[in-house]
Design a protein around this ligand. Sequence first.
Ligand SMILES: *Cc1c(COP(=O)(O)O)cnc(C)c1O
Length: 404
Amino acid sequence: MFKINNNYLKLPGSYLFSTIGKKVAGFKAEHPDKKVISLGIGDVTQPLAPAVISALHKAVDEMGAAETFKGYAPELGYEFLRKAIAENDYKSRGVEIALDEIFVSDGAKSDSGNIGDIFSVDNKIAVCDPVYPVYVDANAMEGRTGIYQKEFEKWSNVIYMPCTAETDFAPELPEEEPDMIYLCFPNNPTGSTVKKAELQKWVDYALKTGAVIIYDAAYEAYISEEDVPHSIYECEGAKGCAIEIRSFSKNAGFTGTRLGFTVIPKELKSGDVSLNSLWARRHGTKFNGAPYIIQRAGEAVYSEEGRKQTKEQVAYYMNNAKIIREELKAAGYTVSGGINAPYIWLKTPDNMTSWEFFDCLLEKANVVGTPGSGFGPSGEGYFRLTAFGTYENTIEAMERIKRI
Ligand SMILES: *Cc1c(COP(=O)(O)O)cnc(C)c1O
């Protein structure tokens, strides 16, 4: 008789976005005349850049002719894309990444969820709190997190690193030593980031303790300040302890198009086993490549036009971020984020819980955001607004919030 993976039964229900959906649907049914503006979900709204669309059309046509048709893609991804990545994302910042250290994939969610496959189930993970839920849930499915303790909203075998106003929304080196450390900068949900010297501390810590850092840099394109590293490999020694995961979703609007990549330097080893070779084995066995047409679209993101156009999209969202930040500040809110990330993280007023503020904002301003407590217990008392809406909706949402 078959048995299931019981780890799945340990997972608490993911009520966050379904609860939000239900509350919003209920409100709309009761108030059909009200226009609800969502600054809640972390999805882009601008269409793909013209350079990307043109590359897609061209690649589609190639697929229709016998001479240019493409079947299975090379295991690591097409060389034209890996070359563009190595040149533009790394070499331009003084980092040498070899083509066979880059693994093209269908996105950062899959990679950050799957990377655990190459690590022992005995490893102890450390995560920021609040956190992008994928890291924790994926580890729970593999049996690495112990049991879920409902009263604390925490897993028994996970090291949580609180990121609150008290820590300037950055994690502090944990007291208990983790084996795997998940870091995401610029951060979803808090919109915070760390300077290079601060990230170097984590690299030094990982090298000293023999931990691996899984670095999610999905929001790298939103960095506006000098001194904030775009890649963890800008830190000395990082190739010996870090895996970097990137995505085309937020910098180029590929959330529905699907493309990302993971970098595993060959010198990253456990004893004499390189993690690069383990991931190559895993990738080759369980993944059959991102589509040719999408990899061509990804290549176009790095073209001169593509760079210019996607930069404009990021600037559009970051202008929204600035508006949200400044309007909320002017209205007396305590806000952070929104400078190197498309997320604004605000302290709920009058000691409201995250959900109380959600209800208040929905009822009084007809604006939807995301309760911070949905990202972890240290998110309680905070609230996330995204800059991914349209300019017009962002302006209107701020007008309404100011009137509360
Ligand atoms: C949006 C996001 C991603 C991107 O995931 P894709 O699967 O590439 O769309 C990865 N990590 C974080 C923290 C995100 O917010």
